[in-house]
Design a protein. Structure first.
Length: 580
């Protein structure tokens, strides 16, 4: 396989461009299993009232890279009524808007019965600007979820004040960041296990409108010999920042002291924090565009060491760098270890990093069956069980970065369908996109995606950011008798949100593991209620939580089709009622 890819690459003309790509062919598809797929996704965004349009530069052509990468989205329960609400990050453009017509972020309150109402203004989150990513967590331990939103320019830390409103406290807390920095990814985490959520932020490139080349002005401003916006290659690298939560609503920049500033030379996007090597301390993985991925291993003394190459998660299976976008972390082969999937640029495969234990991974993308669709630019992604059979499937959203791409290459398109891969339970997936409903077949140029059960019916739905359009809300109309379990965490010694903890569910002879993440997919936030398909099992046998504090706690197995609350140190399972 390696020799074939090498010969293919050598036979192709050089493509001076700003993104890494492997120019790889689609792998042969295995014979279809013939199994039914009971999932159908239907886009209900318009009927639900999600009408806000995402704005990011001109819709017909992007002059600068800041206009092309899109934004993240979030599922959260900001008013604590048991229903998932929706937060949408929005962008801007260089041409002026009429006064009062500037696009803003949007917060939609879930009213039940499939309807949402716009609560942006009353909640105090109607900021305009070049927004990018979002992450969530209760940084002040008051029991309410807070939001951090990244921008080209100062970032926002929206502290929940209760009563459905937020206050931007970023400047006062010391986490607004430099006024000229282009921040992208972010994640809350408790890296020192003191019970308070710290904050990690990535920046993509050092973007200066006064000095950035115009389309076609240099080799990195061409795609297939056509002039396009420049970058990221050819532009100054980004960086990462770590803020330590000192309590009292204040943070301290510990980037240098923690070792975060030792590695350099990367274009960083999505950040996800979980215990990747199983030592009881949370680590950080970062998807990077056109440079190797980053794995900051927690040294358990307030410092980190970047070990992505040594761990096997910096490059693809052949040692090539890729243009990484989104991240999903969960256990896809039910061995109890956390695996990683990553999305990449067109003419390349995504990654399926299988956890080998002891902090080592291997890229099993070809063996896993995910090398069959290299002709899309992929962004948001998930490792979730959409048919509740006890095996985690893969969902990916895509969209090219050049609106004019069909004029450059008629074989490529700006708007793409979504991709769904069913987990066959043998270490392999199969593409079932054509069986997954009209919401998957519909073509958009999408970026961020969040995954959660917005209608509380026991299956997972998808919220998608679409360039220059309103969002998609893909309702999962699952027709199956498979059962499920949802787990909500509350830390006591750990941070109140439980972020960074890993939940292991034993049920039906299977072992499933999933972490609670502050950010994943592409710059987005998933439902904080961890979802596990149970197949035919009527109950879980037991639940083991590896808490962010380092404690390991076993809970008795609850019945299926329930939302349960696990409080650290209680060893009791509380079954919660929730609105339908």
């Amino acid at each position: 396989m390696f020799l074939f890819l090498l010969l293919l690459a050598l036979s192709l003309p050089a493509l001076p461009q700003g993104m890494a790509t492997g120019n790889v062919p689609a792998a042969a598809r295995a014979k279809f299993s013939g199994l039914p797929f009971p999932v159908s996704f239907v886009d209900v965004a318009r009927d639900a009232g999600l009408t806000a349009k995402f704005v990011l530069g001109r819709s017909d052509r992007k002059q600068y890279i800041v206009e092309a990468n899109g934004m993240g989205v979030a599922f959260l329960d900001y008013n604590q009524d048991g229903r998932l609400d929706i937060f949408l990050v929005n962008g801007s453009r260089f041409e002026p808007f009429a006064k009062g017509q500037e696009p803003t972020n949007h917060l939609y309150r879930n009213q039940g019965a499939g309807k949402f109402s716009d609560a942006t203004r009353e909640a105090g989150v109607a900021r305009s600007g070049w927004g990018n990513g979002v992450c969530a967590g209760d940084f002040d331990g008051d029991g309410r979820e807070d939001l951090y939103v990244t921008y080209r320019g100062p970032n926002s830390l929206y502290r929940s004040q209760g009563g459905g409103s937020f206050e931007d406290v970023a400047a006062r807390a010391g986490v607004a960041g430099p006024s000229e920095e282009w921040s992208t990814g972010c994640t809350f985490l408790d890296y020192d296990r003191d019970g308070r959520l710290d904050l990690f932020v990535t920046s993509y490139v050092a973007f200066d409108l006064k000095t950035v080349p115009r389309p076609g002005e240099q080799a990195y401003c061409l795609f297939k010999d056509a002039p396009v916006y420049c970058g990221p290659r050819g532009l100054p690298f980004g960086t990462v920042t770590l803020y330590h939560n000192r309590g009292g609503g204040r943070f301290e920049d510990v980037s240098a002291a923690s070792g975060m500033r030792k590695p350099g030379g990367f274009y960083a996007f999505t950040a996800a924090a979980a215990d990747l090597n199983g030592d009881g301390w949370v680590d950080i993985y970062v998807a990077c565009d056109s440079t190797p991925g980053l794995y900051f291993r927690n040294n358990r003394d307030g410092t980190f060491t970047e070990l992505a190459t040594e761990a096997g998660i910096a490059y693809n299976e052949h040692g090539a760098e890729q243009a990484g976008m989104g991240i999903a972390i969960a256990d896809y082969n039910n061995d109890g270890w956390l695996d990683i999937t990553k999305t990449n640029f067109i003419r390349d495969y995504p990654n399926v990093y299988r956890n080998l234990g002891k902090g080592l991974y291997e890229d099993a993308v070809v063996a896993a069956g995910l090398a069959v669709n290299p002709h899309y630019v992929l962004w948001g992604t998930a490792l979730e069980d959409f048919d509740n059979d006890g095996w985690r499937d893969i969902f990916q959203v895509g969209g090219h970065v050049y609106p004019e791409i069909q004029k450059i290459d008629p074989e490529e398109s700006y708007a793409n369908p979504r991709l769904v891969y069913r987990n066959l339970g043998s270490g392999r997936f199969e593409d079932v996109s054509r069986l997954a409903g009209p919401g998957v077949a519909a073509r958009h140029s999408s970026r961020g995606a969040a995954f959660g059960d917005f209608d509380n019916d026991g299956d997972l739905d998808v919220l998608v950011m679409n360039m220059d359009e309103p969002p998609s809300l893909l309702r999962n109309d699952l027709k199956s008798s498979h059962r499920w379990l949802k787990v909500k965490l509350q830390g006591t010694k750990s941070n109140r949100s439980g972020i960074g903890s890993t939940v292991v569910v034993h049920a039906g002879g299977r072992v499933q593991a999933a972490p609670l993440l502050s950010q994943s997919s592409y710059l987005s936030v998933n439902d904080p209620r961890l979802h596990f398909g149970l197949g035919a099992a009527r109950a879980a046998d037991k639940i083991v939580v590896r808490w962010a504090s380092g404690a390991v706690e076993e809970f008795p197995g609850p019945p299926a089709n329930a939302l349960v609350l696990l409080v650290e140190g209680s060893r009791e399972v509380k079954i919660l009622s929730w609105p339908q």
